[in-house]
Design a protein around this ligand. Structure first.
Ligand code: ADP
Ligand code: MG
Length: 204
């Protein structure tokens, strides 16, 4: 079962993992109000559709009231067949390298932590690293080293430390919340000295 986005967001926060400012909105005006002068993203969240962008349920980089209104209305009509859904407004993150961080419950190995490089890399090249929980700093470093495309991260000294820390935080979260079947931060957008988690999926 999909855990409510904002609940998952605050769970992550308790383990030191920040994610982009987000709020449910019930009208285009609420979304416009949330945006203020910033660029935002609108998404429709529903248990029925876990691949939002494929289903046209993600609208990026909305910069003014007219754009927001149009996107909001489009999302509402696209969501009609989804049953229960919520529209969430988020701050638009700056661009960077996209990595996937997460974990899941495995029947054989118990809790696993995972890192992969961007959606297409994981799917097309199966470029990811897995470890059983709990992991140490050394495991986290080894996981990064194991990625074929690891230069995307290790290229920037600070990003390496940031990702290693995130892996440890995820490991701690999974250890202490045994009910979690799957956790996906996909993507985490990495820049030289900061990151943004823009999509959180927790299944129980
Ligand atoms: P899904 O994985 O369900 O298709 P996401 O929420 O991950 O939906 O959005 C799809 C893509 O849109 C992300 O991989 C990312 O590239 C981009 N994106 C999503 N949210 C934001 C955001 N708040 N800021 C910047 N880019 C975003
Ligand atoms: Mg995603």
């Amino acid at each position: 079962m999909l855990v409510d986005y904002l609940k998952a967001k605050s769970l992550l926060e308790r383990y030191g993992i920040r994610s982009v400012r987000s709020r449910y909105v019930k009208s285009a005006d609420e979304a416009i109000d949330f945006a203020g002068r910033k660029r935002i993203v609108l998404k429709a969240l529903s248990e029925k559709e876990l691949h939002k962008s494929k289903a046209g349920l993600v609208r990026l980089d909305l910069g003014n009231a007219a754009e927001i209104k149009k996107a909001y209305n489009e999302l509402e009509s696209r969501s009609a067949g989804l049953g229960q859904y919520k529209i969430i407004a988020q701050e638009m993150a700056q661009s960077g390298a996209e990595v996937i961080l997460g974990g899941r419950e495995d029947s054989q190995f118990g809790k696993l932590v995972l890192i992969g490089l961007g959606g297409i890399y994981v799917e097309a090249f199966r470029d990811f690293a897995l470890r059983t929980c709990p992991i140490t700093r050394y495991d986290a470093a080894e996981m990064l080293g194991q990625l074929r495309a690891c230069e995307v991260i290790t290229h920037h000294g600070k990003a390496t430390a940031m990702v290693e820390r995130l892996l440890l935080q995820i490991s701690a979260l999974l250890e202490r919340n045994r009910w979690i079947k799957e956790l996906d931060l996909n993507p985490v957008i990495l820049r030289e000295d900061s990151y943004d988690v823009v999509d959180i999926r927790v299944l129980r």
